[in-house]
Design a protein around this ligand. Structure first.
Ligand SMILES: *Cc1c(COP(=O)(O)O)cnc(C)c1O
Length: 404
């Protein structure tokens, strides 16, 4: 069979100008299977790949050719191409989960005696790794800062600072931090900036283009989008990704399964369409919640009441994402009653799925002392899914009435 060779789009620049985000979401990493002619990449569920005639010179710890699936594999490679293109980075490593990606960055790049500056609002595992595990066991020093305050970040940096790690929008308070300004502070100090871009997704925000050195994504969330596979990725310059790939994947063993890589690749095709709907629906719902008397506060960067609304508008070019935090006027029990009456929205952790998800973060979270006052009495994290906006609003409205 004579296939039309060269159909494969590698970095989106083969057709002349740089291809758009939607085109790259569809095509990059996909290609013709040369054995069957199938126009979709197959799932390669193999642990091992054929060795050359004389394998004695192979480096068994190498991640540069397919040897063993913990060194890299077909489906992992296709997904890495797509994500590097969408995040506008030189290289990408995909791993078993978002936390494998975070720990990959921290363990590969930090050593004892290093100092790190960390946002006081991050995913809980980033907090545990950077403020408890690495300081206690490996002699890394960390300083928590309000990263929405650029001056506070600048004052926290020391000559030993190796890494600044932020999340914007952040989990769970939806704090917005200035990526370009913090990148400049990091680089002046000879440090690196890593940005967890999970809440925004590359459709809404591209940290590398704003100056970050590394972009971390939990693929479990928006990029897969269907709530059925876990994965994580780090995107950045090849010299940094090579270190993370060798340590986090080959030596620490955080490899993603080929099937999960394939599922996430499939989900990523529709990322821009899904995020458009998440953005639009969440904006409507945040405005609806803010107008309800029984709602104590809403934190969503698309609201003018958000302290960093203008900054969010400038660095999130397509929209503000699908996640918000809010609290009710009412006690602990009123929050639980509200959730028990929801029918469309599911009470479960995670976010960025096709279905709307809500989680009540009660008053006992040890980190509440770090959060602004309104978060101290317990609050919800709500991830708006792809259902009809009116159905989500109707669901919230009837549950609020019943909880009152
Ligand atoms: C969920 C999440 C993670 C962790 O990802 P997993 O895939 O669950 O390991 C990291 N960062 C953020 C912002 C997240 O929301």
């Amino acid at each position: 069979m004579n296939y039309i060779e060269g159909k494969k789009i590698e970095n989106g620049e083969e057709s002349g100008g740089k291809l758009g985000f939607l085109t790259r979401s569809v095509h990059v990493g996909n290609g013709i299977d040369t054995e069957t002619g199938a126009i979709r990449r197959p799932i390669t569920m193999a642990n091992s790949y054929a060795l050359p005639y004389d394998p004695s010179d192979l480096n068994w710890s190498s991640a540069s050719g397919n040897i063993y699936t913990r060194n890299g594999g077909a489906n992992q490679g296709y997904l890495q191409e797509k994500l590097a293109s969408l995040e506008e980075g030189e290289d990408c490593v995909v791993l078993a989960s978002g936390v494998a990606a975070l720990s990959g960055v921290f363990f590969a790049l930090l050593e004892s005696g290093n100092h790190i500056v960390v946002s006081d609002s991050t995913y809980i595992a980033a907090y545990r790794l950077l403020n408890e595990l690495l300081p206690r066991k490996y002699g890394v020093r960390s300083t928590l800062v309000d990263s929405s305050d650029v001056d506070a970040v600048r004052s926290a940096v020391t000559p030993e600072t190796k890494l600044i790690h932020i999340e914007t929008p952040s989990n769970p308070t939806i704090k917005i931090s200035d990526i370009a300004a913090i990148a400049a502070i990091a680089h002046e100090a000879g440090a690196l900036l890593s940005v967890d871009n999970t809440f925004a997704s590359p459709y809404n925000q591209r940290p590398l283009a704003l100056g970050a050195d590394l972009c971390v994504e939990s693929l479990t969330k928006y990029i897969n989008g269907h709530g059925d596979a876990m994965g994580g990725a780090v995107i950045g310059r090849k010299e940094l990704i090579d270190i993370i790939r060798a340590e986090a994947m080959v030596n620490l063993g955080g490899a993603i399964s080929p099937f999960n890589a394939w599922l996430i690749m499939r989900g990523a095709v529709t990322l821009p369409l899904r995020v458009e709907q998440h953005n639009r629906s969440a904006q409507f719902i945040a405005e609806f919640l803010e107008a309800e008397d029984c709602v104590r506060f809403v934190s969503y960067p698309g609201l003018e009441s958000h302290a960093k609304h203008d900054l969010a508008k400038s660095q999130m070019t397509k929209g503000f994402g699908g996640v918000m935090a809010f609290g009710l006027r009412g006690d602990h029990e009123a929050h639980n009653r509200f959730v028990s009456h929801l029918n469309v929205i599911t009470s479960a952790v995670s976010l960025g799925h096709d279905e709307s998800l809500i989680v009540f973060l009660g008053e006992n979270d040890e980190r509440q002392c770090l959060y602004p006052d309104e978060f101290h009495d317990g609050f919800f994290r709500l991830s708006i899914g792809l259902e009809d906006t009116e159905d989500i609003i109707m669901d919230i409205r009837q549950a609020l009435r019943k909880a009152e």
